[in-house]
Design a protein around this ligand. Structure first.
Ligand SMILES: [Zn+2]
Length: 312
């Protein structure tokens, strides 16, 4: 009987342990998109204590000698899980993390990689974000909103290598084409193309099957950058959020046409200082109104474009 009680206690301990494990990190499952390329896909929701800020994607490419990671997820607990998933696939060290842009949901996991000795590569204008009040205030707010996953130990990590022009670099024995595509979603947008894998990491410049999040983006700069991205012979696009695309040109065109539509709808009104609400109501949104996240994002996107055109 004593043995049975011991077993029972052991069983309960296992269950509690399992629950804690689930709470400690959501299941991160790498999805293979090319022979040596994988990504993990965050949920289509806002960051919260429940989802540990798992709302963005990260990718990794297993090179000849080491591993290159693209973006670092939204909290250190997530990046630690990503590291253990990478280590299940390869014993090669993680040597580099390339950032598509310095936004909280893509960078709060950086410290786990730099603690391992990985070098961080980012576009130079990311320095401005790092030292800005916006970044400092955001971190303070995130420590409250995303506790305990983002906490007092979560820190902003500066890049080791800053990129200030388009260039092709050899990392871990593979070629990586780095392209400056900002200002678009952010001033420091960087796209990464891996020609041997035909995979393009587009950051938050391409959205598949959903209304993009425009935020304070430079919409005209964004449209121009999409042209640059369509010049790659990509078979796959891994975006900053949501599912990967195996129809790169189609998804690039969808994002581009949406931005062009927004600008056309808002331009005249913005220049002539017409009332935003009236213009919004009389615009025919039928092309986009059934696309996912239309209700959540479209009005705010239109308003941001309306304001930004006034500042152009
Ligand atoms: Zn993002």
């Amino acid at each position: 009987m004593r043995l049975k009680i011991t077993n029972f206690i052991f069983f309960i301990a296992l269950c509690v342990g399992a629950v804690n494990d689930i709470n400690a990190a959501p299941i991160i499952t790498p999805i293979q998109v090319a022979p040596n390329t994988f990504y993990v896909q965050g949920g289509a929701e806002l960051g919260s204590t429940d989802n540990q800020n798992y709302i963005s994607n990260a990718g990794f490419v297993i090179g000849k000698e080491c591993v290159v990671v693209i973006d670092s997820l939204g909290s250190p607990v997530l990046s630690k899980q990503l590291i253990s998933e990478i280590q299940k696939k390869t014993e090669k060290p993680i040597a580099f993390v390339i950032l598509t842009h310095y936004h909280a949901d893509h960078i709060y996991g950086l410290q786990s990689f730099s603690d391992l000795g990985a070098k961080v590569i980012a576009q130079e204008l990311g320095r401005e974000y790092l030292t800005s009040d916006t970044a400092a205030q955001r971190l303070i707010a995130s420590r409250a909103e995303l506790a305990p996953w983002v906490n007092d130990k979560t820190r902003l990590v500066s890049a080791d290598i800053w990129i200030n022009k388009d260039q092709t670099v050899s990392l871990c024995g593979l070629s990586f084409e780095l392209r400056q595509v900002g200002p678009a979603h952010t001033p420091d947008d960087l796209a990464i193309y891996v020609p041997s894998e035909k995979v393009l990491f587009a950051g938050d410049l391409v959205f598949k099957g959903r209304i993009p999040y425009v935020g304070t983006a430079d919409s005209q700069g964004w449209i121009n950058s999409l042209k640059k991205l369509s010049s790659f012979d990509s078979k796959v696009i891994v975006p900053g959020h949501g599912a990967f695309s195996d129809q790169p040109q189609q998804d690039l065109i969808f994002t581009r046409d949406y931005l062009i539509f927004l600008r056309q709808a808002m331009k005249q009104a913005a220049i002539e200082l017409e009332d935003f609400d009236q213009v919004y109501e009389k615009t025919d949104w039928s092309t986009y109104q059934n696309v996912p996240l239309f209700k959540a994002a479209n009005r705010m996107n239109a308003y941001n474009v309306y304001l930004s055109i006034q500042n152009e």
